[in-house]
Write a protein that binds this ligand. Sequence first.
Ligand code: MG
Length: 311
Amino acid sequence: MCNTCGCGTGEARLEGMALHDRHVQSAGGAQDGSRYGIRAPLRVRRDAMPPDAAPSAPVPGRESAPAPEPAHVHVPGLTPARMLRIEQDILAKNDGYAMDNRAVFAQTGIFALNLVSSPGAGKTSLLVRTIRMLGGRYPVAVIEGDQQTSNDAERIRATGAPAVQINTGKGCHLDAHMVAGALSRLSPPRDAILMIENVGNLVCPAGFDLGEAHKVLVLSVTEGEDKPLKYPDMFRRASLLLLNKIDLLPYLEFDVALCIANARRTNPDLRIIAVSATTGEGMPEWLAWLEQGARAAREAAGADMTMTAEA
Ligand code: MG
């Protein structure tokens, strides 16, 4: 059950097969990148720290997000105190898996992004254009999250990039355990850019750390300028806002300046890039941001390996 909206989980499927623990050992198991199929020397950073007690590992250059607020879901037959304990258990378990994912990304130079938006904001089209424009300068691997269908994973595979599809069933968001399972199937190479396209939803994905370096929020100009005010949690947790579909602005009454002002009011540090996945406008600036992050992740992992070899 989701801690935010109370939706159903536990039905997640990876490429049509039930996502069980056999894909991934428990978060407290020995940390070994080989379980994700990433062939790289990995060093255990978390010294016998029980996953449920461990805080999320800080990411260099990334401000830690505030702890999610309990959502106070009301379920008949459960007291508020019991509900709060369930919420805390779910988030602590998720944080354990997220910490493991983040450690693997850090040690293998993988730059992982969690793409979030409302349904229909254009995440998949943006990914397709991004992969094509990157032109192989960085290997890209994609995890797709939707309640049903493999349509988006198939669109990504058509570009030549590897992709796996997670279907969340009644679930409204991806969690870190699902991502760990998908990683074991995807086996992204070292120094890859990993795009995790979350389920279209601006509420619940805000509360679930997947181990990513950044949340990238995609908002299209066919939505309202007041989305940042209506869904402040997600805007606060995002590092970058991609204002998408700007090629449609001549046909809309969308006030770009007002939208940007609302976004900055919610998160003064939010980087904002206006793009069109259709015409390519703004895409070079997005790609520059992406490649800068990928380079930094690669260099940090390389420096880490050097230090390990010298130790
Ligand atoms: Mg999509």
